[in-house]
Design a protein around this ligand. Structure first.
Ligand code: MN
Ligand code: MN
Length: 465
C-alpha cells in the first residue's frame, strides 16, 4: 500500500469522516443487530397503540425485575420499578447509588403514533353500508390511509367502570376494515385537488359492514346489525362510543425490507423505534451511579399536552417522589439531570433528496442521529441543546465506539417539527434529541435501518448504565 500524503493524513485528523456503519460491521455484529431487531419487530407487532405498547413494555420490564411503584416507599440503590400513568405513559426507574440531587439520567421516547381515531358518534349507515366517522390523530398524509386493510384497537369504558379491550384485524382469521377511495375513472375532479386535499378529513370514513338485520319494516338495518354484533361481543350500546378510545391502525405486520434484509418496514416506527431501545437499555442497567429513568410517553404526536403527555407534570413528580423519599430537593435533581430525547429524524430519501441539505441530513445505516434542535423557520418551537451538553454526548458516543451522525429536520424554511425535548428542557434538564432516521415518516408503513436501531439501543444503555 502506498504511503499516505501529508494532506491525506491532515485530512484524517481534521475533517469529519462518517461512513456507512455496515461497511465495517463484522458478521458477529450483524448477528447481534438482527437478533435485537427481531425483539423489536415483536414489540412493534404487539404494541400498535400507546396502551398496547405501554402494556407490552411493562411486561418486558417485569420479566427483568421491575415492580409497580409504591407511593411513599424509600427505594434502595439498585431497585427497579415503574410508574404507570393511566396505562398510556410509563416511567421505568433504576435507583442510583447517589441521591438524585446529583442528577438523574433520563431517556424519553413516545409510544403514540399517527392514526385514525373514531369520533364520539362514529357509527352510521349510508347506501345500505355501515361506516365509522373518524378524526385523524397526528400529522398524516390522509390519502395514504385509503384502500388498505385497517385494524381496530382500543377500549370501551362503560358507565359501570368496566373497561373492555378491542383488537380486531390482527389475527389472520379476523376481519379488517377499510377507507375507500374513488376509482381513477371517476376521479377527474379529485385529481384537481391538491395532494393535501386529495382525501379530506371528512372523507376518512371506515367501511365496517353491509349485511342488514333481517326485518322488512325497520330502517338502518345494516347499522342495527353492526350494533347487535357489538352488543353481543362487548356488551355495548351506541352511547358507549362516547366513552371509548378506538383507534384504526394499519393491519400489516412488521417485516424485513430488501433482498439483504437490512431494513425494517412497519407501522409506528415513530417512535417505538426509540422506545424499544430505551426500554431494553434500562432493563439491562444494574446499580448505576445516578438514577436512570426511561419514560415512554403518550400524546407526542398531538403536541404533548394532556395528563399523559410530557408537557404535563408527570415526569417532574416521578423525580420529586424519589427526591422526597431521599430527603433532597427535586428542583436541584432536575437541574442536574441529563436527558436523551429519543425520537426519530428524517432519513435522506434518494427519491426526495431536494428537501434535505446534504451536509446536515441523517442517512440510513450511519447510526444514531444527534439532532441539536428541531423546530421550524428560525428554530421556533424547540430546545436548542447547549454546545456543552452536545460535547458531553458525543464524547460518550465516541468513548463507547457507537456509530452516530448528526441530522436536521430538512432544509431551513421548508418545514420543521418538534419532539418532547423542549418540555423536558423547560424543567431545567439538559436535553438533546437522539434517535433513528426514518423513511416515509408518519406513513402507514415506515422504514428504518436495523443498524441504526441497534446503535440507538447501545447509546441508551451507555447513557444510563
Ligand atoms: Mn416522534
Ligand atoms: Mn412523529
Amino acid at each position: 500500500m502506498s504511503e499516505k500524503t501529508k494532506a491525506e493524513l491532515l485530512k484524517e485528523k481534521l475533517f469529519i469522516d462518517r461512513k456507512n456503519g455496515l461497511r465495517s460491521a463484522s458478521d458477529e455484529k450483524w448477528e447481534k443487530i438482527t437478533a435485537f431487531c427481531e425483539g423489536y419487530k415483536n414489540f412493534l407487532a404487539k404494541g400498535k397503540t400507546e396502551r398496547e405498547a405501554a402494556k407490552e413494555a411493562i411486561k418486558i420490564a417485569e420479566a427483568a425485575g421491575f415492580a409497580p411503584y409504591v407511593q411513599g416507599k424509600k427505594y434502595e440503590a439498585g431497585e427497579k420499578y415503574y410508574v404507570n400513568n393511566r396505562g398510556k405513559t410509563v416511567a421505568f426507574v433504576v435507583v442510583g447509588k447517589n441521591t438524585v440531587d446529583s442528577g438523574t439520567m433520563i431517556t424519553a421516547a413516545h409510544i403514540d403514533s399517527p392514526r385514525i381515531d373514531l369520533k364520539p358518534n362514529p357509527l352510521y349507515e349510508d347506501t345500505e353500508m355501515a361506516l365509522f366517522k373518524t378524526h385523524y390523530y397526528g400529522g398524516i398524509k390522509k390519502y395514504q390511509w385509503t384502500a388498505m386493510p385497517l385494524a381496530l384497537h382500543g377500549v370501551f369504558a362503560k358507565k359501570d367502570g368496566t373497561v373492555t379491550e378491542v383488537c380486531i384485524g390482527e389475527d389472520e382469521n379476523d376481519p379488517c376494515f377499510v377507507i375507500t377511495d374513488l376509482l381513477p375513472h371517476l376521479a377527474q375532479e379529485q385529481y384537481k385537488r391538491t395532494l393535501n386535499e386529495g382525501i379530506k378529513g371528512e372523507e376518512l370514513n371506515i367501511l365496517i359492514g353491509s349485511r342488514p338485520f333481517k326485518d322488512d319494516k325497520a330502517s338502518e338495518l345494516v347499522k342495527l346489525n353492526i350494533m347487535a354484533i357489538l352488543n353481543e361481543k362487548y356488551g355495548v350500546t351506541e352511547e358507549d362510543f362516547l366513552s371509548a378510545e378506538l383507534e384504526c391502525v394499519p393491519a400489516a405486520k412488521p417485516c424485513d425490507i430488501g433482498f439483504d434484509r437490512s431494513l425494517i418496514g412497519s407501522y409506528g416506527h415513530d417512535d417505538r423505534v426509540c422506545a424499544y431501545p430505551a426500554l431494553i437499555a434500562i432493563t439491562e442497567v444494574e446499580n448505576p451511579e445516578k438514577t436512570a429513568i426511561a419514560i415512554l410517553t403518550d400524546k407526542e404526536e398531538i403536541g404533548s399536552d394532556g395528563n399523559t403527555g410530557l408537557n404535563s407534570d408527570f415526569l417532574r413528580y416521578v423525580v420529586r417522589d424519589i427526591a422526597e423519599a431521599q430527603g433532597v430537593d427535586y428542583t436541584v435533581a432536575l437541574r442536574n439531570s441529563k436527558c436523551l430525547s429519543a425520537d426519530v429524524n428524517a432519513g435522506l430519501d434518494p427519491t426526495f433528496k431536494d428537501v434535505m441539505e446534504a451536509k446536515n441530513a441523517a442517512r440510513l445505516n450511519y447510526g444514531a442521529v444527534i439532532t441539536k434542535y428541531t423546530g421550524a423557520r428560525g428554530k421556533s418551537g424547540t430546545s436548542d441543546a447547549s454546545a456543552e451538553y452536545v460535547a458531553y454526548v458525543r464524547n460518550m458516543l465516541d468513548e463507547a465506539g457507537i456509530i452516530w451522525q448528526t441530522g436536521e429536520l430538512g432544509k431551513v424554511d421548508l418545514g420543521g417539527g418538534g419532539t418532547v425535548a423542549m418540555y423536558i428542557a423547560n424543567m431545567g434538564v439538559d436535553v438533546v434529541d437522539l434517535g433513528v432516521p426514518v423513511l416515509s415518516m408518519h406513513a402507514p408503513f415506515e422504514v428504518v435501518s436495523k443498524l441504526d436501531v441497534y446503535e440507538t439501543y447501545r447509546t441508551m444503555y451507555e447513557f444510563c448504565k
